[in-house]
Write a protein that binds this ligand. Sequence first.
Ligand code: PLP
Length: 272
Amino acid sequence: MVISFHKLVLRQIIKIETGSRLMSTFPRATSERAKELTDAYDRVGQKVKELSTKCEHPVNIVAVSKFKPSSDIMALYEHGVRHFGENYFQELMAKAAELPRDIKWHFIGGLQTGKCKDLAKKIDNLYAVEAVDSLKKCEKLNVARKSVGGSKINIFLQINTSNEEQKSGYRLDNLEELYETIEYLLDEAQCSHLVFKGLMTIGSMDESTSGKRNVDFDRLVLLRKQLEEKFLIKLETSMGMSNDYEQAIEQGSSNVRVGSSIFGSRPSKANK
Ligand SMILES: *Cc1c(COP(=O)(O)O)cnc(C)c1O
């Protein structure tokens, strides 16, 4: 079969396009909005870089884009940002479908058991699930991911460090449940499609706004050390949001989830 020059050129174009669409068909922000976003991202990025250097550990920024349009995400994507965080399954599905395939999505919202299957099956560039709080959810994520032969999903187990009733996450006063989940995650024969990446916490509002050392962050870091010794593994910590990411890095965070400081404020009902 003779391949025409035209087809060869077309193939080249397809190779340099990002994901399944041509760059020009992705949602676009106005140049003003794009500048606002990239300036804000760079301000956060600069602070993170300084603190990361000072504290001598690498820090990844997850840009939390919930309730913000895909065009905002695209503006940061073109600025080189790849890690984005979303809280709601439907919203993540819609955005993942219209945005480049090399975005590394972090699902950071409360995850219902019934949504695990779809999340793991339908979003092939799902990089991490950050608020996992039960063995059952891990099992469901693993089985679903395996069934589609997808890449491994990084798992952050959520810890309720502030011991608040309304917060989800493993409780510190009953570690058996947490150990059981970790044993599952580390057993490659059973759990082939998940990677135990680290621990995640939100912490209490009071601790976050105290302006002092955050006790909840200390609890997470202490638990990380205990688990690293017990299971002979290395773990990351996902802690710190717009209000408290600087403090979190000082206390050892390797993954900060920053929304409003990059994208601007959200409507208050969406502010969860
Ligand atoms: C919304 C959200 C964030 C980002 O919050 P900001 O205060 O806007 O930075 C981080 N983590 C989780 C779990 C969230 O739900």
